[in-house]
Design a protein around this ligand. Sequence first.
Ligand code: CA
Ligand code: CA
Length: 283
Amino acid sequence: MSLVFQRVMAALCAAMVLASPGAVRAQAVPEGLIVVYGALSPTREGDVDRREQIYFSIPADTADRVFVRLFDPEIFGHDDFTYGGPADSETTFRVFGGEGAFTAADRPEVVADRARAPRERPAFPVTGPGQVLMERVYGSDRSSDGRWVTLGAVRARQGEQVGDRAHFRIDVEGTKGNDGNGFSIGVSRARDRDRAPEGLEIFAYQPTIRWTAAGTATRVGFTGTGGPYTVQSFDAANGDLSVVTDYADLPVAVSGQDFWTVDRIETDDTNLALSLSGGFESL
Ligand SMILES: [Ca+2]
Ligand SMILES: [Ca+2]
């Protein structure tokens, strides 16, 4: 079986909801939804910064610890894109809490239409802002291939306190190699099962997402405060990109390989999703 996966880096003016129980829209988040490429990969693979930043928050009065879980964190077999063998690749996962972990973290930059990606290699490791609560490096060990594993546990008081919420940031770096690491992130009350804590929110501002070129479109929800919305996409490889509202699918101009495309969507709806489908890889 060969599935063609596409990747796109999409930035919106609102946070994209990657998984959030009882949130804007009931949707299954596919496993291996997110992808990070190794530092030595070319940006035409669709990953400008070879880094993913994923945020989660829980109510500050959450008494029990919560577990950070990873799906397929290694680079081997299922869900990964390898070039000449994955043995040289490593991905580093760090969970940040404390002051600045959320509020001082990078937000997506506004890019010009048809802008290219910077050519310099990413500057690793990223050690801030905030305090590193846990860190783990995954290589090509097959024991986590196609499976959920537990990275560790945090308590609400370790997060950055903003109002009545405790915020955390998960930084994922493609530390070594040129392979693509598909993975997903979950937060659970249980160590070995998916039991979302009450009030959990997981989101990212600029995820690199993959989707299958054939079959059902992949939808990623995002919350908004009313349009217009600016959608920046990178390397969507001529796929079909649209913003789905309650009433209509609004097509978005889609990026070609290795450059940014910027489009504006006019809608007053706030209950939205980005839909990704089709396309081809023109390597
Ligand atoms: Ca993986
Ligand atoms: Ca794998």
